[in-house]
Design a protein around this ligand. Structure first.
Ligand code: PEP
Ligand code: MG
Length: 878
């Protein structure tokens, strides 16, 4: 018999797979002796089973639920029907990986027409009892029966307005009772059935609703975005209620053990007195800073500080803690690793090491690779900001970043406009989980309500998206599509700029500057680099990119794409002259000119690299990429080259290929035009020799692309080597160089051993290798890859994340064979996948030497390799 339910006493923090994050941590906190209301957890397996059985609770599960309730009643000495000690519970979802706002919560479950009276008598507070009941009616109606919240809210607000009540707290008990009666009527009107009065029915229906909510659209979107598997299910936590809304000595709040925006080592949080559960997160009332609790309830404040310190030390990470105070009694309802900005993540990791709480290895594991990318994002230029006109400076800096775009007022418009290539800023009074896709599509999010822990703030921080919340001097009217701010109005489509680090909004587009990295960042990257086994190189050609890559910690250049150097106007014309020459002499003349340009480039690149290895790839793309396309261009090229337009067109026609990706490209170009690679090799070596004369020692590595056979490689290699050797003896000097190949065709993989004996290095070109292994054109796959992922045929886009079972296996076998045949061969990856976190996790398990990626991906790649190493790295190779 499978055990589907665990009492909190039976679990611990290691059981996240089964109990979900929330359940496992509740159990752990109980084990630590912290004040956690009692309860039990239905496992993720129960959820999976329920969904598998077509949304049906099995008899076995129902049986276990009754047993658990019985034991729970015994422990708490409370029951759903007791007049003396009434049991009320909360029902909360909790997946293994936290999904804020994605799943649903029901509080005060167990109340009905009779129990509400019992609660009123017991607490001597009818107002409180009916407030709990109306909340249950609302939450249960929305979550379980799908009744729109507006059906309740509209009446509630009207009622307040009619009676001139300023806040919810002004509504007396009788008023709330009247509201409850109305709410019960809403059930009949909307779903033609009454609110279930039986607590056990409420409970089973609530459990089912949480299980089902695992599969709702917004949960799916969130999982897709965060690469959370769809088949792990959610747990459900049933917990005895404690009431933050039971008077002025009660309250509820959310706190982070450190500042989640800056990383400052200071408790950071918000609370509301006389409030329940979601009030703080929903942003309906503006909460107070946690420090003011000291004056209101000094003992509770002190106790909370101690609890938060204990939890941080225990979990060895910054914690996000939900708590409730019931009549000055503190209860902890949840703890989890807190979401934080990238900057905070780095600061917290470095501080925790320096405080002796965690090791460097643990620090590396505490920072998400995508945070690193956020740190490389731009900020607004200070001078431009000074000149900009402010719309509001009253907002909260919920998530840093600097973004400009057109105002939109709905998630749908945000998505639509973004799909058309427009940059948009989503402005809403507040956001809710339904807005998730619109938030993803937007450059920034602005809300007028809610604090630093509101839905908008938490979700945006998680995404690394610029966000400003609580902009209280701005009014957003989503119906009329208008923003009213102190000095004017704005309409949909108007451009604004949002400063997420300060909480400010400006008119128009404000200029941005590159991000500056802190000392903590440098320190953290040094630790990552020391732990990482794989080197990280960069793919770059321009001096700016190369300098950026070296600043980011690249160990060399893994790929210089020489074709990128031919696109300047003077160079292009010489290239065209070469392609369109009909004799070898003419070709050689054109090449001599190109060679001068190449030498200039190689000298710059090799000088910047110095002794760091630099792989220069000889020309790779099909030649027609260099030819003119428009009539205008053709006219001008024809006159530059002194041929007629029709001659030119005839020539272009003769170069046309049905399938250029499989055509005359890569090393095939040099099989037909050997002088091409010879010229490039000469340019590389002449530059290196010239630098040597200046005392600069460099390490050029010459790479021949798209090889499929050994003799293709050896033919070209011998031509290149012969020329280099001649050159070195002419100049009476030599430079250490290497010659290797790109592994981009499945055939090259299959003959890896033979090829490796001839090569100094291999570099996997995973873009082409993926293209040729799947037979998916890398330029056209976008047309069908979505359908593949929607139908679950592929779970990843293999051009973005390595296909481990196919392409990954080819890389593994090739590496093993190559190293066996030539133990000194150096092997790396230089395709896009060289900068992808998941792919790097796999590469790190193989006997590879480096990965190479674009300069801005270098720090992230370094962290990925370090994390993979901490997790066991090569030890896990089978
Ligand atoms: C590759 O194919 O992975 C590669 C790096 O080369 P390119 O993208 O230039 O074809
Ligand atoms: Mg390629």
């Amino acid at each position: 018999m499978t055990k589907y339910i665990y009492a909190f006493d039976e679990g611990n923090k290691a059981m996240k797979d089964l109990l979900g994050g929330k359940g496992a941590n509740l159990a752990e906190m109980k084990r630590l002796g912290l004040p956690v209301p009692d309860g039990f957890t239905l496992t993720t397996e129960a959820c999976i089973e329920y969904l598998k059985q077509g949304a049906h609770l099995s008899d076995e599960l129902i049986g276990q639920l009754h047993e658990q309730l019985e034991a729970f009643s015994q422990r708490t000495q409370k029951s759903f029907s007791s007049k003396e000690s009434l049991l009320l519970v909360s029902v909360r979802s909790g997946a293994k990986i936290s999904m804020p706002g994605m799943m649903d919560t029901i509080l005060n479950l167990g109340l009905n027409d009779i129990n509400v009276k019992t609660l009123a008598e017991k607490t001597n507070d009818a107002r409180f009892a009916y407030d709990c009941y109306r909340r249950l009616l609302q939450m249960f109606g929305e979550v379980v029966y799908g009744i729109p919240m507006t059906s309740f809210d509209t009446y509630f607000n009207q009622y307040k307005a009619q009676h001139d009540y300023q806040s919810d707290a002004d509504i007396p008990a009788e008023g709330l009772e009247e509201i409850c009666d109305y709410f019960k009527g809403v059930y009949l009107e909307e779903v033609y059935k009454p609110f279930p009065q039986e607590p056990i029915v409420q409970l089973t229906e609530a459990i089912e609703a949480v299980f089902k909510s695992w599969d709702n659209d917004r949960a799916r979107v969130y999982r897709q975005l965060n690469e959370i598997p769809h088949d792990i299910g959610t747990a459900v936590n049933i917990q005895e209620m404690v009431f933050g809304n039971s008077g002025a000595q009660s309250g509820t709040g959310v706190a982070f053990t450190r500042n989640p925006v800056t990383g400052e080592a200071k408790l950071f949080g918000e609370y509301l007195l006389n409030a329940q559960g979601e009030d703080v997160v929903a942003g309906i009332r503006t909460p107070k800073d946690i420090s003011t609790l000291k004056a209101q309830m000094p003992q509770v404040h002190q106790q909370f500080i101690e609890v938060s310190q204990q939890l941080e030390k225990h979990y060895k990470d910054m914690q996000d803690i939900e708590f409730t105070i019931e009549n000055e009694q503190l209860y902890v309802l949840q703890t989890r690793s807190g979401k934080r900005t990238a900057n905070a993540a780095i600061h917290i990791a470095v501080d925790l090491v320096e405080e002796g709480i965690i090791s460097k290895n643990e620090a590396v594991m505490n920072v998400e690779v995508k945070s690193i990318d956020q740190l490389l994002h731009p900020n607004f230029d200070d001078n431009a900001l000074e000149k900009a006109t402010a719309v509001s400076k009253m907002g909260l800096p919920a998530s840093p970043g600097a973004a400009s775009g057109e105002i939109v007022f709905s998630a749908e418009t945000a998505k639509l406009k973004a799909e058309q290539g427009d940059k948009v800023i989503l402005m809403r009074p507040e956001t809710s989980p339904e807005d998730i896709e619109g938030m993803v599509a937007s450059e920034a999010i602005v809300t007028t309500h809610g604090g630093m822990t509101s839905h908008a703030a938490v979700v945006a921080r998680g995404m690394g998206k610029c966000c400003v919340t609580g902009c209280s001097d701005v009014e957003i009217n989503v119906i009329d599509k208008k923003v009213t701010y102190p000095n004017g109005t704005l309409n949909e489509g108007d451009i604004i700029s949002v400063d997420g680090a300060k909480g400010d909004i400006y008119l128009g587009e404000v200029e941005t500057i590159k991000a500056e990295r802190s000392k903590a960042f440098e320190q953290f990257m040094q630790w990552s680099e020391a732990i990482a086994r794989l080197d990280v190189r960069m793919n770059a050609e321009t001096p700016q990119d190369i300098q950026a890559g070296y600043q980011f910690g690249a160990k060399g250049i893994g790929l210089v794409r020489t074709e990128h150097m031919f696109f300047g106007p003077e160079r292009l014309i010489e290239m065209r002259r070469f392609i369109l020459s009909d004799t070898q002499d003419k070709r050689v003349n054109a090449l001599n000119k190109i060679k001068e340009y190449q030498k200039e480039d190689f000298e710059t690149i090799l000088k910047l690299s110095g002794e760091r290895p630099t792989i220069i790839r000889l020309l790779d793309p099909p030649l027609h990429e260099f030819l003119p396309k428009s009539t205008e261009e053709k006219n001008s090229v024809a006159s530059q080259l002194n041929v007629t337009v029709s001659e030119l067109e005839h020539y272009i026609e003769s170069l046309n290929e049905v399938n250029p990706m499989l055509g005359h490209r890569g090393c095939r170009l040099a099989i037909t035009y050997p002088e091409l690679y010879i010229m490039q090799a000469e340019a590389i070596m002449e530059s290196a020799l010239k630098l040597k004369q200046q005392g600069i020692h460099c390490q050029p590595e010459i790479m021949i692309p798209l090889v499929s056979t050994v003799s293709e490689f050896t033919t070209l290699k011998s031509q290149v080597v012969e020329r280099i050797e001649a050159l070195q003896s002419e100049m009476g000097a030599s430079v250490h160089y290497m010659i290797g190949t790109m592994i981009e065709t499945p055939r090259a993989c299959l003959i890896a051993g033979d090829l490796a004996r001839e090569c100094d290095f291999f570099s996997f070109g995973t873009n082409d290798l993926t293209q040729l292994t799947f037979g998916f054109s890398r330029d056209d796959a976008g047309k069908f890859i979505n359908a593949y992922s929607e139908q679950g045929i592929l779970t990843i886009d293999p051009f973005q994340t390595l296909d481990i079972d196919g392409v990954g296996q080819l890389i593994k076998q090739t590496t093993e064979q190559a190293k066996a045949a030539n133990p000194t061969i150096k092997i790396g990856v230089c395709g896009e996948l060289g900068g992808d976190h998941k792919s790097i996790q796999f590469f790190n398990q193989l006997d590879l030497d480096y990965v190479s990626c674009s300069p801005f991906r270098v720090p992230g790649a370094l962290l990925s390799t370090a994390q993979s190493e901490v997790e066991g790295g090569r030890l896990r190779v089978k």
